[in-house]
Design a protein around this ligand. Sequence first.
Ligand SMILES: [Fe+2]
Length: 266
Amino acid sequence: MNSPGVAGAEVQKLSGTQKGAGGRLTVAEPYLIQQKWDAYNQEQHAVWAELVQRRMPQLREHAAEEYLNGFEQIGLKEDSIPNLAEVNRRLSPRTGWNATPVSGFLPPDSFFEMLGARQFPTTTYIRSRESMEYTPEPDIFHDVFGHVPMHAHPVFADFLQHYGRVCAGLMDDKEKLEKMGRLFWFTVEFGVIRQKGKVKLYGSGLISSHGEGTHVIEGRPEIRNFNLDQVMNQQFLVSEEQKVLYAVESFDQIYEAAQEAEKRLG
Ligand SMILES: [Fe+2]
């Protein structure tokens, strides 16, 4: 998800015509920035490299194949922070999605507007070496390494846009939005999928965190079959390792879940 309020790399506001792909945002417009890729220093690239190199051995074995394919397709590199313009040149022709740089925390209406426009709010800040395992605010490692590869998958791409549109229509109903928030948490953030008889990771919180990923691989959370009713009523704590996760059999299942959620709540 997007990050509240931190911008490590120097950022600069965009003027009207430079907003990039999409360009139809209204409520989210004040949050759009430009990634100043040249402003990252060697230490920041080294932090990215260390984070990626730490995660990849586990992910090559335990990540969903769609995640690993997406990683290759969007051209992420192991040794340097991604240049979002280059990522988007590869991603956008595939699914219409862009990783769109934002200044920090987005209010819900802006966040959902961006998802509905296939623009993923992406922070440009990278964590410091003092918080390699955990950072309270998402950073570019969580947002790009954790989230963006899945946006190259056509069904996941459609699901995420639809999710944003449904939520944008529920802005006045806190209770329904909370149910939709749980759907996001147990798919986009902490989703797992069964592939070839094994539980594989695709949620960004599991992909980007060595501790959370290891927790699942070691079999500690209870893995239930995905069920929309249960998911929409499942409490969770952001600050603790997850006790229950929901496994899908295919990504069609989460696409259908978003359609079903719209029928029930919309
Ligand atoms: Fe996230």
